[in-house]
Write a protein that binds this ligand. Structure first.
Ligand code: FES
Length: 380
């Protein structure tokens, strides 16, 4: 569980009663782009729940302040060398951007996740981490709406925690509805801190539901998030801005319920936790499709390779078959690590969240999303 000291509670109490900050006190949002890269050092590690740890990271240079700012809800890309291979992953920042001296990354150990196991099992205080960012558009800083509904499952609470901490520290005047689901009571990430924030922030309304409480003394709500839970917790739900973060099945079910309950699609923001497509274990190990490729010709100009792509295959998947090392992490279009330059031809991309207007003007595409509409040439 989250460790909350008396000092932390006092600090929340203080900020909750403080006057709203002036314009100059509010941290300016950083550009939504991977515009910083460098090293951060692990200053402390807190075990939140079994298998979930928070890593507090500070500048490895010894500087007092972080070399970047971020907007609540953004994430960092991190890279590790594991077993001789470079591996990238993206993790949401769980701390508030008002804390300029550090960021917290809260990571769940996935039994088959090489990077999360490396981080949770092996990372120690003092270790350095290669990182880049911040990135992501799943953000909320209080200017977008006058209330917010945050719906999270499991470790999907991490970006919500950044938003919740930030809005509380700013004494934001709007109502915050937090609906959080997880499997067992022991998996209540940030449970103590959420309760403490609730005590000092009367605008925070929390509903928690546990899906597998059997064999425990859990006395709260049981089962998955339902329409009844949503409407009971959030008055006038249809008129509010809603953010949802969790695994794909939970997100799809929750989105469908919210739309049925009248939430406008443009007020509904989602962030997937867990990639939709598994990456191959290493470059060149992707399964080769058996049928002959009949799609457009893809030329990787740096590697002097040109082959036809399969219908529905992405440029990243094809590059992996050919052992062309295009960096990647999320594989769902949000981290920006797989950017490559398209020098000829046209592609379709379902998600382009991590492309800036500059990228778009300069022919940069996301390899994990790009499906050629014509013969193409990419710089890779
Ligand atoms: S791998 Fe993250 S945007 Fe493509």
């Amino acid at each position: 569980m989250s460790k909350l000291t008396t000092k932390t509670i006092a600090s929340h109490a203080k900020v909750a009663k403080a006057a709203p900050p002036t314009e100059s006190e509010v941290i300016a949002p950083s550009p939504v782009a991977a515009n910083w890269s460098g090293y951060l050092r692990v200053r402390s590690i807190v075990t939140e729940t079994p298998g979930v740890k928070t890593f507090r990271l500070v500048p490895s240079s010894g500087e007092h302040l972080l070399p970047f700012t971020f907007v609540p809800g953004q994430f960092l890309n991190v890279a590790f060398w594991i077993g001789g291979a470079r591996m990238n992953r993206s993790y949401s920042i769980s701390s508030s951007p008002i804390q300029r001296e550090y960021i917290d990354l809260t990571v769940r150990r996935e039994p088959r996740g090489a990077v999360s196991r490396h981080i949770v099992d092996l990372l120690k205080v003092g270790d350095q981490i290669e990182a880049a960012g911040p990135v992501g558009k799943f953000t909320f800083d209080g200017t977008e709406a006058d209330s917010i509904v945050l719906i999270a499952a499991g470790v999907g609470i991490t970006p919500m925690m950044s938003i919740l901490r930030y809005l509380t520290e700013r004494s934001w005047a709007g109502d915050i509805f937090l609906i959080f689901t997880f499997r067992k009571p022991a998996e209540f990430i940030f449970g103590n801190e959420i309760a403490a924030i609730q005590r000092v922030n009367p605008k925070l309304h929390v509903a928690v539901t546990v899906t597998k409480p059997e064999g425990t003394d859990w006395k709260g709500s049981r089962g998955r998030i339902t329409k009844e839970l949503l409407t009971k917790t959030v008055p006038d739900l249809a008129s509010r801005r809603v953010h949802v973060c969790g695994p794909q099945s939970m997100m799809e079910a929750t989105k469908a319920m919210l739309i049925e309950l009248g939430v406008a699609p443009d007020q509904l923001k989602t962030e997937l936790f867990g990639a939709t497509k598994p990456a191959p274990a290493a470059a060149g190990t992707a399964l080769k499709p058996t049928a002959e490729a009949t799609g457009p010709l893809v030329t990787f100009s740096t590697n002097h390779k040109a082959v036809r792509i399969h219908v529905d295959q992405t440029v990243l998947e094809l590059s992996e078959e050919l052992s062309i090392g295009i960096e990647n992490s999320c594989r769902v279009g949000t981290c920006g690590l797989c950017k490559v330059k398209l020098t000829s031809g046209e592609v379709a991309m379902a998600v382009q969240d991590s492309l800036t207007p500059d990228d778009q003007a300069n022919g940069i595409i996301l390899a994990c999303q790009a499906k050629p509409k014509s013969d193409i040439v990419v710089e890779a």
